[in-house]
Design a protein around this ligand. Structure first.
Ligand SMILES: [Ca+2]
Ligand SMILES: [Ca+2]
Length: 449
């Protein structure tokens, strides 16, 4: 890339309009003539011909077509609009937008193969104009017994949404109200939904984005299932360090309801360790989640989660199951060691419970204090800070000090005899709720361990 290194300079003026200096390259096959244009100020009009994807930290890119680089031409496979993530969010750019930009021409190369030619937008003012398709419905979800959230791919103008809900229709339900908070969602009030029933919501084209464009006629419906009361769950016991990552987690049901869509998350990973099935559990029930289940070796783990009763896959037949608990199966990853925040999230993504655990001698994991602070901010872990400042490895007390030390729960030989357990009632959201002790999986923990 052509670059100049400036060793010293003074700023004599800013904010000048550069449009007049830019050469319009909308007709040029830019990838074919990249060396002639790279790093030069260009003006270009083109259309985003595909969805956005990641393009380096904090950036996204989408396939771009222009008069000079038409769709399907050889050069089109190496031609992208690259945008800073936050700028794209602010400008509301999506597939199908036609954009005019003025900015220096960027490209990306690994040193081998054909470089990606990437006209770029780093600052909002580099987008001179844009014309986008109308908002498209991307999904819908029940948010309460008489409430639904409709999600769209562009910001909705709150003034375009009528409070009486008359722009939305759902067969089998009456829509009684609607509101748009100014983001990419609309919240509807409905008559009482039938739990688990399938519904389709249809949005009128008079619902518009901030540019005044109505909802796309071809993408104006979303499906959802009728609201059912969600179960409230709490972590009671964790057996980490079991051989072959076949770790276990025990939960207690605090409020009867469905477990559908509840996830177990290691806060460091975007992928849940387990996503629970749709089972109606009762207050006081215990659930044991089996991570990385062994469904191959006969008689070890059941073929799947128990969906109909706590003894659907009985212990006599499947040795690892507990007849006193719902045995659910997780994904293929177990519980990792070191500094970890494990949490239970409901279907909407809210944290139901969390355990912040550390191994003091373990190499500090940089992400851990951030995750700990997030749980403190949610009111799921105490103290809420470390002497008035965010808890870090260097604060006093430190992130280690306010977390539970679970180091001795990782046994040599990978057994599950010693576990991390909540000492009942143990609901102060602090490390003192927890103790190491003999496993009581499938059985309610005691008041001592
Ligand atoms: Ca069972
Ligand atoms: Ca237990």
């Amino acid at each position: 890339m052509v670059r100049a290194t400036l060793s010293g300079y003074g700023v004599l003026g800013t904010g000048d309009v550069l449009t007049g200096f830019a050469q319009d390259v909308s007709q040029v096959d830019l990838p074919a003539f990249l060396p002639a244009y790279e790093s030069e100020l260009i003006a270009l009009t083109g259309t985003l011909n595909g969805p956005f994807s990641l393009a380096g930290a904090g950036h996204e890119q989408a396939p771009l077509v222009t008069a000079g680089v038409p769709a399907g031409s050889p050069s089109s496979f190496n031609f992208r609009l690259r945008v800073v993530e936050t700028v794209r969010d602010q400008l509301d750019l999506v597939q199908g937008c036609t954009v005019s930009i003025v900015s220096p021409l960027w490209f990306f190369s690994t040193g081998t193969g054909t470089p990606l030619t990437q006209p770029s937008v780093w600052a909002p003012q580099q987008l001179v104009s844009s014309t986008c398709p109308g908002p498209r419905v991307t999904g819908a979800q029940a948010a309460g017994p008489e409430s639904v959230i409709v999600r769209l791919d562009r910001r909705i103008d709150p003034a375009s949404v009528l409070a009486d809900g008359s722009q939305f229709s759902i067969a089998g339900l009456t829509v009684t109200g609607a509101s748009a908070p100014g983001n990419r969602e609309v919240r509807l009030e409905t008559s009482a939904q039938v739990p688990r029933q399938f519904y389709t919501v249809t949005v009128a084209s008079t619902v518009r984005d901030n540019a005044g464009t109505g909802v796309e006629p071809t993408s104006r419906t979303g499906n959802f299932r009728g609201w059912k009361t969600p179960a409230a769950l709490r972590i009671t016991e964790i057996a980490p360090g079991v051989a072959n990552q076949r770790d276990l987690m025990e939960l207690v049901v605090l409020q009867s309801g469905s477990t559908e869509g509840i996830t177990v998350v290691d806060a460091a990973s975007a992928t849940p360790l387990a996503t629970l099935p749709d089972v109606e559990v009762l207050e006081g029930d215990l659930i044991v989640i089996h991570f990385n289940p062994d469904r191959v070796t006969p008689g070890v783990d059941a073929p799947g989660s128990e969906l109909t009763s706590k003894t659907a896959w009985p212990q006599a037949q499947y040795a690892s199951n507990y007849d006193t608990a719902w045995d659910f199966q997780g994904g293929t990853f177990g519980i990792s060691g070191g500094q970890r925040v494990h949490r239970i999230r409901d279907q909407m993504g809210n944290t139901l419970d969390a355990l912040a655990a550390v191994i003091p001698g373990f190499t500090p994991i940089p992400a851990y204090p951030v995750q700990l602070q997030a749980r403190q901010a949610e009111g799921q872990w105490s103290p809420s800070d470390c002497n008035g400042v965010p808890c870090t490895y260097n604060s006093f007390p430190s992130a280690f000090d306010v977390s539970f030390d679970w180091g001795s729960a990782f046994p040599i030989g990978g057994t599950k005899t010693t576990t991390v357990g909540r000492v009942l009632p143990g609901d102060s959201d602090t490390a003192s709720d927890w103790a190491l002790g003999p496993a009581t999986l499938g059985v309610l923990n005691g008041t001592v361990r």
